[in-house]
Every structure is written in structure tokens, then in C-alpha cells.
Design a protein around this ligand. Structure first.
Ligand code: NAD
Length: 513
């Protein structure tokens, strides 16, 4: 690990420490970030700590005029930023990675308090993956973007080469489940490809994005290259989508909003990438490896089930159903044992709080629908937590059986620690049922038989299929969804291509005309 320049290291440390020391109800106030200035917003609102149910910080509720200012700053900065070399941009991104990495644990405290996830998870997943995004895109761009293809024509008179131009001002809209990590997955490729950006993080989780803006300023990004307006989707987000000087929108969030963004962006033919919702199936064949049971359960409950890639429908081959249910429910309940529990995310727990009251109510509603439709809840449901978390939003890992595939609980994205388990008989049948929802983000297949794994993976309509594993990711692989789960792919090469326009230049080398 490289240690940051001590001048800006101390300044950054004090920014973070002030937030860490800001207990609930003290109302520290965040700002927008425009042209390298931290600018107060005309309006502001409370951001709630999901573990306590109480406001812990004030955040901007950015207006359309504030978005316009941010876009104007980005537009001016683009004129010079686009002409920097990929090596210069890559070097700056590596500095971002180094500073975030140095303060991994402190940033994790803020991510946990703002999002509700266990602090331990933020330390080992969210913040390190953010660091990896900046570092890997910084390095990959050196090879993907700076090398041009030179092809001689058969006549020998012309040379063609391809130049990857940045697109312009990019609007980056991100969700609340993996706040810093998913924003960095957009920022790193957009910036290294030479675009300038206006970010709109989720209004539910803006704190670590605001911290990241300090990093950009401190490591020396020129004014206007990175801008951020914090605020609601329907105002700040919508203005970003509608702004004529924003040439590209990268969105991660719900299918409902993604489809609206696609429609609105089409009016100006903007380049759009949409990473949207899922209802991911897991298929467990009779000969699955029993040692995988913990990973199968983790695939439904990690991050309170608030990962777009979590398994929410588990199809289990009929001969092993009863045994599987016993082992699986045991695993799900393990996360409720003492010292290994659902609870205050700032302590050593596996499952923290649902991100918001609205979301908590939504997940509860689906558990109630399951009951009313004749489903059996084998474990889980709302969990009362004490020691200051009495008003927090806690739901224990919930396992439901006995619902038909047509149930809303089996077709809608719930995005919580809730899984429905159902039996199947043949591969052909399960593939058809797994593919039967409108989503196609990811899937898992569990079997000791390689043919069974690969044949099933081959037939599933999903952007990612994990076989005997889950969430293992190689950044150079394409990532995205089919059907209503998304449009386009992210990943080292896919993102760099999305954030740039390939231009073919054809030069006639004939010396005489
Ligand atoms: P959301 O769609 O409500 O909001 C996402 C972002 O869009 C937020 O920043 C929000 O403020 C903004 N927004 C809302 N309305 C807007 C509008 N009219 N114009 C512009 N921006 C607007 O989603 P969410 O509740 O924050 O996140 C959860 C969803 O995200 C789930 O559906 C989950 O599956 C999905 N998700 C998908 C992926 C993926 O990679 N496919 C990853 C993470 C989350």
C-alpha cells in the first residue's frame, strides 16, 4: 500500500473524523461539489441512520439549477480534460485508490452508519472493491485506450487507425445498496476515458460519495472534472437525464426508474447504460456438494439481501428437498445466534439494518403477502433489537416455502433477506421456471456434475451464471442484465468502450496526388 502525501492526508483525515464523531441528531451538513468547491444547496433534508431510525446528518436536496451549474462546470472542464493523456488520468486515479485504501476502515464506519450494512462487511467488501475499481480501470485504460489499431489497406496507400474519444459530460446515477462501490464502478472508467462527470448518488446514502469528492480535490483533479449534486431522483436525477449537455447516462437502480430514464434519454439519443433489478434463481441439483450450503445461504442474505445479485428463488430437486430445507434453515438461523447475529451494524454482526423505513415496510409487506397466499415462513421476519436500535429497521433471514411460481413473492424483486424455496423434478422443467420472470440479472447452479452445471448455465437467460460459487468476480468479465434487468455491460473493457466513442481515422499516405 502506498501512503498518501502527508499534506492532504491530514486534511482528509479531519474530514472523515468529523463525520465519524458526529453522533445522531447533531446534524452535520453535507454540500454539493461543483467546480472543486463544496457548495451549499438551496434546500436540504435529513438522512436517517437505518440502525437507529433517527436522522444523523443533513444532506442537500439538489435543485435543477444546481444540476445546471454542475453540468456547466463539467462542460468547461471537458475542453481540457479530454486532451490530457491516459497516463495522466491513470496516475490521478491511482492516487484516489491509494487515499481511499489508506482510510478503508474509517470510510467503512461511515458506509455502515449511512447504509445499515455491517461495518465488517463494508471493511472487507465495499471499500476494498472501490479501491480495486479505481486501480484496475486506471491500469486497464493504459492498454485499452492508448493503443490504436493500425491497418494497412491492400493498396498500401491508406492507413486506418481507431481513436477512442471521450463522450463528453457523463451523468452517473447510483443506488443505495453498495453506495461507494457502485459509484466508483462508474467514476473510474468514465474519468480515465477522458469524460467529465456529474454524479447523483442515492439520496438515501450520499455520505461516502461526499467523502470521495474530497479525495478527488485533494489528489489534484482539475476543477470541474468531477462534480456531484446530492438530492432526490425526481428532481436532481431527472434534470441530469434531461439536460441537453449531458451526453451519456450511466444508471444503476430499479427497473421502474431505469425504463423511465431510457425513454427520456432516447429523446436526445443519449448513450445509456442501465443496470437494473433482478429476481435471481438458484438451482440446487440432488448431487450438490453439501459443503456449499453456507455459500448458498449467503447468496440470499449477504448485505441484508440488498444486493441485486442475491438469490431470491431457490429451486431444489425433489429427492433432497426435506434434507436441504433442514440444513438451509439451520444456516439461516445461524446468523441469529448470539455474537453472530442480526443487529447494530456498528458491532460484530452478519446482518445489519434494512436501508430505510420505506424499504423495511416493503419487505415486511411481501412476507405478509406470502402468509396470506398460503406460504409457510420457516424462519425470519421482523427482528427487535435493543441498545439504541429499538427504532431501527431489522429483518432476520426469512425462508418461505409453499408458494406457486405465479405468486407476487416469487416474481417481484423484494431486495431483502427473503428467499422462497420450491421443489423441481427435471433440468428441463427447472430451466423453464427459472427463466420465467421478466428479469435476467444473475443465477446460481449447484451440482457436482460438470455436464449438469454447464448445460444448465447454457440455457439460463441471465447476465451472470455462477456455478458452485456466488459473487466471485473478475472485473474484466462483462457484467449486466438481460430482459428487464438491464441494457449494456459494465466491466474493464465493456465500460471503457461505453465511456468512449470509437473513431476511425483513415489517412491517405500517398506522397503525390
Ligand atoms: P432507484 O431506481 O429508486 O434509484 C436509483 C437512483 O436513481 C437513485 O440515485 C435515485 O435518486 C435515482 N432516481 C430516481 N428517480 C429518478 C429519475 N426520475 N431520474 C433520474 N434519477 C432518478 O433504485 P434504488 O432503490 O436506489 O436501488 C435499488 C435497486 O437497484 C434494486 O432494484 C436493485 O436491484 C438495483 N440494483 C441493480 C444493480 C445492477 O447492477 N443491476 C446493482 C445495484 C442495485
Amino acid at each position: 500500500m502506498t501512503t498518501a502525501n502527508s499534506n492532504y492526508r491530514d486534511e482528509f483525515k479531519s474530514v472523515i473524523q468529523k463525520l465519524i464523531d458526529s453522533p445522531d441528531n447533531q446534524h452535520e451538513q453535507l454540500t454539493n461539489f461543483i467546480g472543486n468547491e463544496f457548495v451549499e444547496s438551496e434546500k436540504c433534508m435529513d438522512s436517517v441512520n437505518p440502525a437507529t431510525g433517527k436522522p444523523w446528518i443533513k444532506i442537500p436536496n439538489g435543485t435543477a439549477a444546481e444540476v445546471d451549474n454542475a453540468v456547466a462546470a463539467a462542460k468547461v472542464a471537458f475542453k481540457t480534460w479530454k486532451n490530457t493523456t491516459v497516463q495522466q488520468r491513470s496516475a490521478l486515479l491511482n492516487k484516489v485508490a491509494n487515499l481511499v485504501e489508506e482510510f478503508n476502515d474509517e470510510i467503512a464506519i461511515l458506509e455502515s452508519r449511512d447504509q445499515g450494512k455491517p461495518i465488517g462487511l463494508a471493511k472487507v467488501m465495499d471499500i476494498p472493491r472501490c479501491v480495486q475499481n479505481f486501480r484496475d480501470f486506471a491500469n486497464a485504460a493504459l492498454y485499452s485506450l492508448s493503443t490504436s489499431k493500425i491497418l494497412e489497406q491492400p493498396t498500401g496507400k491508406c492507413v486506418n487507425y481507431v481513436k477512442h474519444d471521450p463522450v463528453g459530460v457523463a451523468g452517473l446515477i447510483s443506488p443505495w445498496n453498495l453506495p461507494l462501490y457502485l459509484l466508483s464502478f462508474k467514476l473510474a472508467p468514465a474519468l480515465v476515458a477522458g469524460n467529465t462527470v456529474v454524479c447523483k448518488p442515492s439520496e438515501m446514502t450520499s455520505v461516502t460519495a461526499w467523502v470521495l469528492m474530497h479525495v478527488f480535490k485533494l489528489v489534484g483533479f482539475p476543477a470541474g472534472v468531477v462534480n456531484m449534486v446530492i438530492g432526490e431522483g425526481r428532481s436532481a436525477g431527472q434534470r441530469l437525464v434531461d439536460h441537453p449537455d449531458v451526453h451519456l447516462i450511466s444508471f444503476t437502480g430499479s427497473t421502474l426508474i431505469g425504463k423511465k430514464i431510457q425513454e427520456d434519454s432516447a429523446k436526445m439519443n443519449k448513450k445509456v447504460s442501465l443496470e437494473m433489478g433482478g429476481k435471481n434463481p438458484g438451482i440446487v441439483y440432488s448431487n450438490y456438494r453439501k459443503s456449499d450450503i453456507a455459500t448458498i445461504a449467503r447468496s440470499s442474505f449477504l448485505n441484508q439481501g440488498e444486493i441485486c445479485l442475491c438469490t431470491s428463488r431457490l429451486f431444489v430437486q425433489r429427492p433432497i428437498l426435506e434434507d436441504f430445507l433442514t440444513s438451509y434453515v439451520e444456516e439461516a438461523k445461524k446468523v441469529c445466534l448470539k455474537n453472530f447475529t442480526v443487529g447494530d451494524p456498528s458491532s460484530q454482526v452478519q446482518i445489519g439494518a434494512m436501508n430505510s423505513k420505506v424499504h423495511f415496510e416493503k419487505v415486511k409487506k411481501y412476507i405478509d403477502i406470502a402468509k396470506s397466499e398460503g406460504g409457510t415462513i420457516l424462519c425470519g421476519g421482523v427482528k427487535e433489537i435493543s441498545n439504541g436500535c429499538e427504532d431501527g429497521y431489522f429483518i432476520a433471514p426469512t425462508v418461505i416455502v409453499g408458494l406457486p411460481d405465479s405468486s407476487q413473492v416469487m416474481t417481484d424483486e423484494i431486495f431483502g433477506p427473503v428467499v422462497c424455496i420450491t421443489p423441481f423434478d427435471t433440468a428441463e422443467e427447472v430451466i423453464e421456471r427459472a427463466n420465467s420472470t421478466s428479469y435476467g440479472l444473475s443465477a446460481t447452479v449447484w451440482s457436482a456434475n460438470t455436464d449438469e452445471l454447464l448445460n444448465t448455465a447454457n440455457e439460463l437467460r441471465a447476465g451472470t451464471v455462477w456455478c458452485n460459487t456466488w459473487l466471485a468476480r473478475e472485473l474484466s468479465m462483462p457484467f449486466g442484465g438481460c430482459k428487464q434487468s438491464g441494457t449494456g455491460r459494465e466491466g474493464l473493457h465493456d465500460s471503457l468502450h461505453f465511456y468512449s466513442d470509437a473513431k476511425t481515422v483513415c489517412v491517405n499516405l500517398a506522397s503525390k496526388y
